[in-house]
Design a protein. Structure first.
Length: 273
């Protein structure tokens, strides 16, 4: 957490975060264009932000895209913002709300967290119903092989569809699958208004990808949820729903217990998104 506060203490780095908050997924060149700093200076500041996990990067072809990462903001908020009501934390609170509630300008969700676990346990936590039901409230049925179907069960509703499939499965390294179908039964179970349900149902199917990378005694988890159209209502939902789910996943693997409510309320945000 010290690294986060040190990174936020510099005005130039805060301007970089502001730039990404306004338009996420920028290249180094794009970030340099909006700031009166040399490319080398911007690179150094980005390195500090990455080290503090305030910024995460994703390669798309030859382009390296930079994204705001909500994980450390959530950690700071849980420890400090809930305990102190002072002006100096209001900006951080606003950033937390922006990260969790507003869909970013680039139609995808990117999140990075570090978990004190092993790749094998993390893979199991992402696929085994004994784990997913605890921190997410979801039960999967699949053999987790590339091309295999997936069945989702949540809140007593089972969703099976030929397009719900595993896109890529490299155990302990990478998992990718298409998002679930939105059914009338699902909408009813989550008290979703008809107008919002119709928006979700009309959108193209998105996908989520988990990259698992051991780094010493911890494991780095990078999650990319993409395939959305601009203005996606589903993206707005998952942007707010995913962070508490990942926080509960991390807590479960590190302490043996998920965050309170992880099996119900926290599930709804990402699923119903």
């Amino acid at each position: 957490m010290d690294e986060v506060f040190k990174a936020l203490a510099d005005g130039s780095r805060r301007r970089l975060l502001d730039s990404l908050n306004a338009r996420n997924g920028q290249t180094l060149r794009e970030l340099c264009a909006g700031l009166e700093m040399s490319r080398q200076s911007v690179s150094k500041h980005l390195a500090v932000l990455e080290a503090a996990t305030l910024v995460t990067t994703v390669w798309r072809g030859r382009e390296k895209l930079h994204y705001l990462n909500a994980a450390p903001i959530n950690a700071v908020a849980e420890r400090w913002i809930g305990q102190y009501d002072r002006r100096r934390v209001h900006a951080l609170a606003d950033l937390k709300r922006a990260l969790e509630q507003e869909p970013m300008s680039k139609p995808e969700f990117v999140y990075t967290t570090y978990i004190n676990t092993t790749p094998e346990r993390l893979w199991r936590a992402l696929t085994d119903p004994a784990f997913t039901s605890q921190y997410w409230g979801v039960v999967f049925e699949s053999d987790w092989k590339t091309g295999s179907p997936m069945t989702w069960t949540v809140s007593g509703v089972t969703m099976a569809d030929p397009e719900q499939v595993v896109l890529e499965a490299d155990p302990y390294r990478r998992l990718s699958y298409t998002w679930h179908t939105f059914t009338p039964e699902f909408a009813k179970a989550h008290d979703v208004e008809q107008e919002l349900y119709e928006k979700w149902a009309a959108e193209p199917r998105s996908k989520v990808t988990f990259d698992i990378e051991p780094q010493g005694e911890v494991v780095k988890l990078v999650v990319v949820h993409d395939g959305f159209e601009p203005g996606s209502a589903i993206l707005e939902g998952v942007s707010g729903g995913w962070p508490p789910i990942f926080a509960s996943l991390k807590t479960l693997l590190e302490t043996g217990s998920p965050l309170p409510g992880g099996e119900t309320g926290k599930a709804d945000g990402a699923q119903a998104g």
